[in-house]
Design a protein around this ligand. Structure first.
Ligand code: URA
Length: 443
């Protein structure tokens, strides 16, 4: 660290609302990583940055300093167009498991390092870890070789990638400084840039089950990700999607793997499928492989129908260690919960008007299917299947949820949460479209 750098000055600069230089931000991140700046000083700066905000330049420098705080992956050995896909975090979001094989079937290489879920939002690496034998501990070389071989490679984030983000995030999580747009932007893009990404499609979730609760903040985050990405030399395509209800019918790790497998095997129109197609189609367009998003969507649908997407999915999962016959009999391989409870609706005919993603996320967390703290151990078998969406007509005696839990007490507790939070109307209701906005050209 520069001997003239003073962390107290650094904090005071932000406290008084002034801007930092690039060198100051680099010195700060280097002090964060080598331990010379203490946690209480980091917290003080994070709160000052949270309240006084960071400029676009400061956010860009912070992003690059986080990216360069550890190893930076070299993807130059991957042949062909490469994309990374990221989600800002939702409930029941298994689009990665569907969109990646779609892209691979269209000749795109997809490489991804994925962190585990925290709080109510699930993480792709946790879902994949529920498959027996699935290997997420690939070295950088193994990951690149996997991508060259089968078109897709996913590994868990290792400790040498963007170590500054781990330290900053852990402190943000306990000091009320998570929901700052510049800090979120630097955290997401810093990790992505460290994993070598040059083109990233980012699903910015918006609604009760997401960080961004309303459209205004989701649009701001999307625009910032795109702008800061551009300044860092990375093309970012943000898409804003609905997270007021869970995506698909299940939330919980093994259940979501089953749902992804069923969606790829028995292709039907659904919000989950629509969003997966849109993510793949926008990626194709971003990489200039199609003239329009619509053309990309048509190509993806063709590859779904002719079985190429399913083939890619099977090859990828098997190459990373999944059992050979997982797709034929997923329940034989994935952990089943020890207790199963059906929740029925009793009453006159009604329509579902609210099915808050947040409550379902909290219910899954309460069953042991997520992490409240970083080191919590996840029970892959637990979760919730929902047989309703906003707009579904519900009649007397209809099963609306299935709770997969460890025991009856857990199931009863969760049943009460669900019944308290799902809302019905006596008239027909409509749901929001899954794709709320894409800001490809507008940001
Ligand atoms: N996801 C991240 O990686 N970082 C944040 O700060 C928020 C969401």
């Amino acid at each position: 660290m520069d001997k003239d750098f003073s962390v107290i000055n650094f904090i005071n600069i932000k406290k008084s609302g002034k801007n930092h230089s690039r060198e100051e931000i680099e010195c700060f991140i280097s002090g964060v990583c080598n331990g010379s700046i203490k946690d209480y000083q980091i917290s003080a700066w994070l709160m000052a940055a949270y309240i006084k905000d960071l400029s676009l330049d400061e956010t860009t420098w912070l992003t690059m300093a986080i990216a360069n705080s550890g190893d930076v992956l070299d993807l130059s050995h991957i042949e062909g167009p490469v994309i990374d896909k990221h989600s800002t975090g939702g409930v029941g979001d298994k689009t990665t498991l569907i969109a990646l094989p779609m892209l691979a079937a269209c000749g795109v290489k997809v490489i991804k390092m994925s962190g585990g879920g925290l709080g109510i939002t699930g993480g792709t690496s946790d879902k994949l870890a529920s498959i027996p034998g699935f290997n997420l501990s690939l070295s950088s070389e193994e990951l690149v070789s996997m991508v060259n071989k089968v078109g897709i490679g996913i590994a868990g984030l290792n400790k040498n990638i963007a170590p500054a983000d781990k330290i900053l995030y852990a402190i943000r999580d306990t000091t009320g400084t998570v929901d700052s747009l510049p800090l979120i932007t630097a955290s997401i893009l810093g990790k992505k840039i460290a994993t070598g990404a040059k083109h990233i499609v980012i699903d910015v979730k918006c609604g009760s089950g997401a960080f961004m609760k309303d459209m205004e903040s989701a649009k701001k985050l999307a625009a910032m990700l795109k702008k800061v990405g551009g300044k860092c030399g990375v093309t970012v395509l943000p898409i804003i999607t609905d997270m007021n209800q869970i995506l698909g019918e299940s939330a919980g790790n093994a259940l979501e793997i089953v749902e992804a497998i069923v969606s790829l095997t028995d292709i039907k129109k659904s919000r989950l499928m629509d969003l997966s197609i849109m993510l793949a189609a926008n990626s194709l367009y971003l990489l200039k492989l199609t003239e329009s998003v619509e053309e990309g969507a048509r190509l993806v649908e063709e590859k779904l129908k002719n079985g190429e997407v399913l083939e890619k999915a099977k090859r990828w999962l098997c190459a990373q260690g999944a059992p050979e016959h997982l797709f034929e009999k997923p329940y034989n391989y994935l952990e089943n919960s020890t207790h199963l409870e059906c929740v029925k609706y009793n009453g006159p005919d009604v329509w579902v008007s609210e099915l808050p993603a947040e409550s379902i996320g909290e219910a899954v967390l309460g069953l042991g299917g997520g992490r409240k703290h970083k080191d919590d151990v996840i029970d892959y078998s637990v979760g919730i299947r929902s047989f309703i969406e906003v707009g579904t007509k519900v009649t007397n005696g209809m099963v609306i949820f299935q709770i997969h839990s460890k025991n009856k007490d857990d199931a009863d507790r969760v049943k009460n949460i669900l019944l308290k939070n799902v809302k019905f109307a006596s008239h027909e209701t409509v749901q929001m479209p899954v794709l709320l906005d894409d800001v490809l050209f507008s940001a």
